[in-house]
Write a protein that binds this ligand. Sequence first.
Ligand SMILES: [Zn+2]
Ligand SMILES: [Zn+2]
Length: 376
Amino acid sequence: MADDYYSLLGLTRNATAAEIKAAYRKLAMKHHPDRNPGNKDAEEKFRKINSAYEALSDDKKRKLYDQYGEAGVNAGAAGGPGGAGFEGFGQGVDVNEVFGDLFENFFGGRGGGGRHRAAQGSDLKYEAEVTLEDAFRGTQLPLNFSRAEACGTCRGTGAKPGTGAKRCQQCRGQGRVQFSQGFFSMSQTCQSCAGEGQVIENPCKDCRGQGRIRRDAEIKVKIPPGIYDGATLRISGEGEASPHGGQSGDLYVHVKVKPDPRFERHEDDLSLTAGVDVATAALGGTADVPTLEGEPVKVKIPAGVQGGATFRVREKGMPKLHGRGRGDLLVHIRVDVPRELNARQRELFEDLRKAFEAARAAPGDPGVFGRLFGKD
Ligand SMILES: [Zn+2]
Ligand SMILES: [Zn+2]
């Protein structure tokens, strides 16, 4: 048994048109699906009050309803595919007439009057690879890629030069159309104009009305000194052009810093391994250590240094991406034992061995070499 239309709206049979409208407004606000997301009861209630209002707000339908009940109203739609619509009675109710600005305030402007905004172009992603030296100095990196660009012939409008776009007849320029299923809750993107609100009658020949053409782009992106591996740079407006005059998308450049054969990076610090010969390790001295800027730096090696010792050279690492100054250079010492000796070196090493042996046989002051190589 169907609910009585009058009692659904909380009215009696002799309600005036104004009372029907007021009652409907109040109930539709209360039960609108936007205010009751996921609430099936509210949805059902909303559907019913819409049916009631559609019937009672139209004099002809109301008379049929008063006389024959719901069957009388629906009879007008007999043969329609849904069977329950009101096609036989004309176009239903104009939402804006009923709700006006209230609708905008409550439901965020759905239901007509909404201004369409030209869609922004898509963002693009680019994977770039730089050397550690590039990351150290910063560089201008050329990027080559394909993207949709605004058509120069029609300046992105898609219309043949000298012609323009016309307001879409289907949606009257709104970009959205209402359709009557529960008659005012539904609006969808206009299919005639794909939501643009306008249609092009004389399309530009170069872009076939698209306003955009796919082209190979080459742009240079500035890689700042100190950039990290895995950093992403956003280049505003270098993505794809928007269809029909909106803003272009952005280009996101994902930067990979290639591993370097000499230097390892730890945030802003660099490290490397420096080999020193046995004599320098024992006697002390200096080592020329390479740096990323090219000029080697002299590192003081203390007498008796051990393999694996680390020295920190301040401010010789990577430039700091954020803030001033540079990281440090960490020098790991490797003592290089000679693999081959010439005659003179062999002679000296043999003398050295004798000296170590003598020092072990006669304890006392072990001397430099005794301290270094132990006395077992
Ligand atoms: Zn064009
Ligand atoms: Zn349209």
